[in-house]
Design a protein around this ligand. Structure first.
Ligand SMILES: Cc1cc2nc3c(=O)[nH]c(=O)nc-3n(C[C@H](O)[C@H](O)[C@H](O)COP(=O)(O)O)c2cc1C
Length: 202
């Protein structure tokens, strides 16, 4: 079994989502010591944004040397994703949604003909039967009964993105209210780490 582990927080060792994503991977590794784990840090090694030149190259235009390198990096992350049976993502909320580093990764894996296609019945996801587990961390609270619920574009966005490419049962472990105060933060992290430890084995 192959596991792809991604982090996207810019806060390095102080990051909540990194701590929780690591705990998820550790839980799954303990359950299956033979897991083949690939790690990618999208904050320390960011992918470039898509440009018109990328799209032109996709249509057959000949890319220059620097673009060729970037296209190869994009192909590598797509191959990694397609090869994975399990994907674990650390995803903090920045300005109500995912970090732009994680969006750049999504832009490289949502590729027509590879992970989805349009057909007579509309969109068909092609990503297959992966297990996706996301460790999300949010400074505030965004539950359905809160005034901020309408501003939640992190979990809802990722659920939609993965559903679009056929992964309908994305699992989320949330640490919420990390910026409300130290007590809230401690409680949120402890709860998320416990949930990670209780995850069903692969
Ligand atoms: C640039 C930036 C933007 C943020 N925007 C939001 C936000 O829109 N809503 C929110 O609830 N928290 C926001 N926060 C707080 C983070 O979501 C919170 O601190 C979270 O625990 C960060 O996860 P991390 O420690 O893994 O980076 C923001 C933090 C940063 C650094």
């Amino acid at each position: 079994m192959k596991l792809l582990h991604l982090d996207s927080s810019v806060l390095g060792p102080h990051s909540v989502s990194r701590q929780v994503s690591a705990a998820i991977v550790e839980r799954l590794r303990q359950a299956d010591p033979g897991l083949d784990i690939v790690y990618r840090d999208l904050a320390s090694t960011p992918l470039g944004h898509l440009t018109g030149s990328h799209l032109a190259a996709g249509q057959g235009a000949s890319p220059d040397a620097s673009l060729r390198e970037d296209i190869a990096a994009g192909q590598a992350v797509l191959d990694e994703f397609l090869a994975a049976d399990i994907v674990v993502i650390g995803a903090p909320m920045y300005n109500f949604t995912i970090p732009s580093q994680l969006k750049a990764w999504i832009d490289r894996i949502l590729v027509a003909g590879k992970t989805f296609k349009y057909g007579a019945q509309g969109v068909e996801g092609l990503a297959g039967n992966k297990r996706v587990i996301v460790a999300i961390s949010r400074g505030g609270f965004y539950g359905p009964d809160t005034p901020a619920a309408v501003g939640e574009h992190l979990e809802t966005y990722l659920r939609w993105v993965f559903g679009f490419i056929s992964i309908k049962n994305c699992e989320f472990i949330a640490a919420d209210g990390t910026q409300v105060g130290p007590e809230h933060r401690e409680k949120a992290v402890a709860g998320a780490l416990q949930a990670a430890g209780n995850l069903a084995a692969a």
